[in-house]
Design a protein around this ligand. Sequence first.
Ligand code: UTP
Length: 288
Amino acid sequence: MIKKAVIPAAGWGTRFLPITKAVPKEMLPIIDKPALSYIVEEAVNSGIEEILIIISTNKGAISSYFERNSDLEAFLAEKNKLNDIELIKHTSYGAKIFYTIQEEQLGLGHAVLQAEKFVGNEPFAVLLGDDVYVSKTEPALKQLINAYNEKKSTILGTLEVPDSDTKLYGICIPKDNTSKPIVELKGVVEKPQGKAPSNSAISGRYVLTPRIFELLKNQTRGAGGEIQLTDSILRLMDSEKVYSMDMQGKRYDIGSKIGYIEAIIDFALEREDLSQDLTNLLINKLKD
Ligand code: UTP
């Protein structure tokens, strides 16, 4: 059973400067909850009990959000705002949340390496702090955990992307005689600049075996001068099978401005208290 998850949230978030100078992008609100909250909720709904969030030195806002705030609880109790107390008490959805600081932003692979002690010798999940999934069936991570339980080997969550976008992702190279839904891989390549080997993009969710840490420790810098998780996953293929699986659901890349705006609109349209007003507002705006 996969019970531990790692959420890397220590990047600089340069695509969202200047706000990310003070607020981590994972804490940007999708209406009234930070993006990170939806990711923690997905992890818990997938059976995860312990979560390590990788933070940078200036990311105190993240721990403040998940910890209890007794002053605020007392203030709300005095005002008899019991619903609000419930809202602020359950921000971690019952998971145990831990934090580790990534001292230098050397890349996603380096961020995951900070989780070695927390993970120990068991398979674990990774959820990127800027990819939010909404699924009408099972949560995206649960879909991957089911696949892990079948194959007992590393699984990368993927989405099909158009040719024009392959240069933005880690891209999978499937083995010749393998087929969907669980695809065995013969390679992966980070942000291919020329023609990509497939359109299957690694998209923010992973189930990894602990062997990855040995490889991350001596991983040389790759694309963008960063220690890339994808490069270590490629080397992992020398010693174990690695699979990919398309996740069912809608993904919001909240690390990009347009993805973030789309998330806010879609989430609001799903909410009873906002849907009608937002619909009217959008119709009126588009008329102008
Ligand atoms: P990104 O490359 O999307 O994040 O990393 P970034 O570097 O913060 O963003 P931009 O491109 O400058 O706008 C994917 C995830 O990995 C984390 C990020 O926080 C994000 O959730 N990450 C990235 C780390 O934790 N540490 C790193 O050194 C790099």
